[in-house]
Design a protein around this ligand. Structure first.
Ligand SMILES: [Zn+2]
Length: 148
């Protein structure tokens, strides 16, 4: 073993702000949503459909203003919906937009939960660095790589 990847936080908070580094598929103008943003939207919405309140079902992250209408890849333009509520939108995103923006208005991510502060993390990093090259990573990046 010469290389260790330590996943120590769920999302990279920096990925939510302007000026984040681009991932490969961003250069390719792919339609993919960055996993940091997707997970951040789910966390902010507490893994619950913001339209009907269901949480024991498949959840999807929806662009309130769709990309084809120049809606941004931003946490402020994303909302968690169950598959059923998502399907009901059926191409009429802007008829739902005002209500969806109101539903997420002022909601904040629980950063404490996002950071998953591990006790003894610094000590663990120091010890791991003694035996191998150590790379720190995040849950969001692991998910991005899995999709790659
Ligand atoms: Zn729903």
């Amino acid at each position: 073993m010469d290389h260790i990847h330590l996943e120590d936080v769920q999302i990279d908070i920096r990925a939510l702000s302007e000026g984040k580094k681009l991932y490969r598929w961003h250069y390719q103008k792919s339609n993919r949503l960055d996993e940091h943003l997707r997970i951040a939207a789910l966390m902010r919405d507490q893994y619950t459909c913001q339209s009907c309140g269901k949480n024991d079902c498949r959840l999807e992250v929806h662009h309130i203003t769709p990309r084809r209408l120049k809606g941004a890849d931003s946490i402020l333009n994303l909302i968690t919906l169950c598959s059923s509520c998502h399907n009901q939108i059926n191409g009429e995103e802007m008829n739902h937009a005002e209500r969806f923006y109101a539903l997420i208005d002022g909601k904040k991510i629980d950063y404490k939960a996002a950071m998953h502060v591990m006790q003894g993390k610094k000590h663990l990093r120091t010890e791991l660095k003694k035996v191998a090259l150590l790379t720190l990573t995040t849950g969001g990046d692991t998910a991005n790589r899995r999709i790659d």
